[in-house]
Design a protein around this ligand. Structure first.
Ligand SMILES: [Zn+2]
Length: 269
């Protein structure tokens, strides 16, 4: 069973599952809602980069283990980029001309089926990142305009509908957590405290500075929604491509992160 099918099968068994939209090749981008609706909501995403698709297992475990009572709730999206994940796993171009043209690069693919790097396609200093590219490829292509990709647009619209109190995005690798994107004053102090607590909880290193990042989901959440948002780079060392088993320690360390985040957010209020 490939990762797209694994996510579909597991989420079908979860209580409250729905699609936030379709990928460019017509795959549903599935989301599970855990917990209540009346309190604070958070959004957790994984698998926005194709070759990092096994970060989905961290999200699937959080869904499976979720047992928090009360009004707070978590929207968990294990695989934002299903087309890219399928390409990474199998080399299957799924009828995409671009994937077909880059068939030799499938094991290092990060982008979607149109060669757009979804985590460079958000409207937050779009196109200003140090590594940004203006041509299609395995990674770092910003797209023709912000949200030109079906997947980044779906995630934007969904996030605006939820208006979460915080977001967490899983990537790999590095064993690090990024949180900064030009915040100032009280917002900066709040977000740094949030980042430090989450980093300590899951055993990764908090890295300060905006690091020439631009156009990412975390960047957009910070800049446009004004909420704490973190990018977590799982797996401390090694090299791509990783296999599912490589994520086992991170799956354990992150299993109860939603509960921890609700405690943090509610302490603050
Ligand atoms: Zn990534």
């Amino acid at each position: 069973m490939d990762i797209v099918e694994t996510v579909r099968t597991e989420l079908r068994a979860a209580a409250d599952t729905f699609s936030i939209g379709k990928s460019e090749r017509g795959n549903d981008i599935l989301c599970a809602h855990c917990g209540g609706h009346g309190g604070r909501q958070i959004i957790i995403t994984a698998g926005i980069h194709a070759r990092e698709c096994y970060t989905a297992f961290v999200a699937l475990r959080q869904i499976r283990d979720y047992n928090i009572r009360g009004d707070d709730g978590a929207y968990i999206i294990p695989l934002v980029n299903p087309d890219g994940a399928r390409f990474f796993e199998s080399g299957d171009a799924q009828g995409s001309e671009i994937l077909g043209a880059y068939a030799g690069e499938y094991r290092k693919w990060k982008a979607n089926a149109s060669g757009v790097d979804l985590n460079c396609n958000f409207d937050a200093n779009w196109g200003m990142g140090a590594l940004n590219k203006r041509y299609v490829g395995a990674s770092d292509y910003i797209g023709a305009y912000p949200f030109c990709a079906a997947e980044s647009m779906a995630l934007k619209l969904f996030t605006e509908r939820v208006m979460p109190s915080a977001t967490v995005s899983y990537h790999c690798m590095g064993g690090e957590l990024y949180w900064e994107f030009f915040q100032r004053g009280a917002a900066r102090r709040r977000d740094e405290a949030f980042a430090a607590a989450v980093a300590r909880k899951i055993g990764v290193k908090k890295v300060d500075g905006h690091l020439d990042s631009a156009g990412g989901y975390k960047d957009w959440c910070v800049q446009r929604l004004g909420i704490p948002a973190v990018t977590v780079e799982l797996i401390k060392s090694g090299s791509h491509p990783f296999c599912a088993a490589d994520f086992a320690p991170d799956v354990e360390a992150n299993a109860d992160l939603p509960a921890f985040i609700f405690d943090l957010l509610n302490e603050r209020s």
